[in-house]
Design a protein around this ligand. Structure first.
Ligand code: ZN
Length: 370
């Protein structure tokens, strides 16, 4: 079923129907096998991501968005166009990726946009040329022009409708672009620019959609999903919900708990201060996860290096200075060559320290023989 999405801000009065082309498993709609990534890429992997990003940008500009086929299934074309008509969408935009002969041999490349035959000089044609202008300026691809075709989604829609083909699945370079996140965002942004211009609405960029200042209850999208993934990483669960991209009460409560634990203002809003604290917490977490050395030999100073060199080579251990080993755990197991274990961080020690250098050297030598 179609999904009607409202902007968080006041509505600009326009509804855009977005169509992501096919189902994820629709037969044939995929690239040839690509050895570099050991798989083929499905057309819908690209279409759906672009429709998702385009939705976010349009919402940030006050549009309502109707996703006519938001599921993995291949929604029948009449269902897509009926939903757009029933909801009185102002325009219909279908996002696709082209195919030629299904091999990487001699495939054309580039972008083309389709309108219904006879509509080049109508509103559909105007929309196509505006979107096309931005696609041409942005992506470094061959421009194949605006074409006419008797496609169902162009014929059966009651509103201006375009179908964009953003590259060729069976052109190797363009096939790999399909899963390039920067490319997906760029294609979405260029569609949005054309759509904004079509309605006379000022395009304000993608920052608000892709990198908003704050996230709060009711927000949707990729940024919310990223926040939720980070909350889970840090151990803040959300009533059993996963990262679903929807900022509901459980997400708000998790943000509150994070704020409480970090001495921040507890308001459940993910703003700049909370973002900064979370980035620091994630950094700390990552550093803690860094793999520890298996074995290290702790010495008092560089002067002790020669005494432990043979040991280090034999045991494939790193040599650490006592000053460092007092600040952090330098390895899972630590051989102490002088000075004892007092003050060292760690839990698994082999102490070879003698009462003087000579005794320590003897202990090392015995240890090597053992
Ligand atoms: Zn397609």
């Amino acid at each position: 079923m179609a999904r009607l999405i409202y902007p968080n801000k006041s509505w600009n009065g326009r509804l855009v129907a977005l169509d992501d082309g096919h189902g994820m498993e629709t037969p044939g709609k995929r690239t040839p096998f690509i050895p570099e990534i050991n798989r083929s890429i499905k057309e819908n992997e690209f279409n759906r991501k672009v429709v998702g990003y385009l939705t976010e940008i349009l919402l940030a500009h006050g549009f309502r968005v109707l996703q006519v086929a938001p599921t993995d299934e291949d929604t029948p074309l009449p269902v897509r166009t009926d939903e757009a008509n029933r909801n009185n969408a102002d325009i219909y935009v279908a996002v696709h990726y082209n195919a030629y002969d299904g091999t990487f041999s001699q495939t054309p490349n580039g972008i083309e946009i389709y309108v219904y035959p006879g509509n080049l000089n109508q509103e559909s044609g105007r929309l196509a040329s505006l979107v096309g202008n931005y696609l041409r300026k942005g992506t470094q691809q061959n421009w194949r022009g605006i074409k006419e075709a008797n496609f169902h989604v162009l014929r059966e829609t009651n509103m201006p409708a375009i179908l964009t083909e953003n590259g060729f699945m069976d052109n190797k370079r363009e096939a790999l672009l399909m899963i390039d996140d920067d490319f997906q965002r760029e294609v979405a942004a260029e569609h949005a620019q054309g759509i904004c211009e079509f309605f006379g609405i000022t395009f304000k960029g993608t920052r608000e959609a892709f990198d908003p200042e704050t996230l709060k209850l009711g927000d949707l999208g990729v940024q919310v999903r990223a926040l939720q993934e980070n909350l889970l990483k840090l151990g803040y669960t959300m009533d059993g919900y996963g990262a679903d991209g929807s900022f509901g009460p459980a997400t708000e409560e998790a943000v509150r708990r994070f704020q409480r634990d970090n001495g921040l203002k507890v308001d459940g809003i993910y703003g700049p201060a909370t973002r900064k604290a979370m980035e620091a917490a994630l950094k700390k977490l990552e550093e803690g996860e860094e793999e520890l050395e298996k074995l290290a030999i702790v010495v008092n100073s560089y002067a002790d290096f020669p005494a432990v060199e043979a040991l280090a080579i034999r045991k494939s251990a790193m040599i650490a200075l006592r000053k460092i080993a007092e600040q952090r755990v330098v390895a899972e197991q630590i051989i102490v060559a002088g000075g004892g274990t007092q003050g060292l961080k760690g839990s698994n020690f082999i102490d070879l320290s003698g009462s003087n250098r000579l005794e320590t050297a003897q202990n090392i030598s015995d240890y090597l023989k053992s």
